[in-house]
Design a protein around this ligand. Structure first.
Ligand code: 6U4
Ligand code: NA
Ligand code: NA
Length: 157
């Protein structure tokens, strides 16, 4: 029996570019990722996603966020299930600014640094980047090896 914990992961886009952050500390340290974290008591997942973008990337979401995916991550020998709601920000204002947790940088959609990211990212990013929605589950050994996976593109979440 798993203990489910709710997280967000949010994307900022600008034309052909997507904003990622280099995680400087904590879970996923040393990897490029979108922005997000734990949903706090009393906030909706959308509010949590918008807050994490503000805290980690230094930009303000404008026009709200759209849910684009749902992911579940489990780890061999660990009873925690990370339930991650993935969002696309409809717009933003401000200039990406480095925080204690993340160093933001724009990447062209054809030049995503998959070798320096979570290994599941190269599997589902392409669905998101072409405008699709997805549901996935990945079971890890350590943080580098996917032991089993499910991934499907869906019309609605
Ligand atoms: P603290 O340091 O406690 O404030 P917080 O920012 O709340 O942390 P954090 O950064 O630990 O939470 O949350 C983990 C982040 O990593 C979430 O945005 C989800 C994301 N994430 C976790 N596993 C992932 C994976 N396999 N692939 C991926 N993102 C993942 O692309
Ligand atoms: Na975070
Ligand atoms: Na947080």
């Amino acid at each position: 029996v798993y203990t489910r914990k709710l997280f967000t992961l949010a994307f900022i886009r600008e034309g052909d570019k997507v904003l990622l952050g280099f995680k400087k500390r904590g879970f996923g340290q040393g990897r490029w990722n979108a922005f997000g974290g734990k949903v706090e008591p009393g906030e909706t997942t959308e509010e949590g996603a918008i807050r994490e973008v503000r805290e980690e990337a230094g930009v303000e979401v404008v026009g709200g966020v759209e849910k684009v995916g749902e992911l579940e991550f489990t780890f061999e020998g660990d009873t925690t299930l990370m339930h991650v709601i993935v969002y696309h920000a409809r717009g933003y204002t401000g200039t990406p600014t480095e925080s204690e947790e993340m160093k933001p940088q724009w990447f062209n959609v054809d030049n995503i640094p998959y070798t320096k990211m979570w290994p599941d990212d190269e599997l589902w990013y392409p669905i998101y980047l072409r405008g699709g929605k997805f549901r996935g589950a990945f079971h890890f050994r350590g943080y580098d090896q996917i032991l089993s996976q499910k991934l499907e593109e869906v019309q609605t979440l």
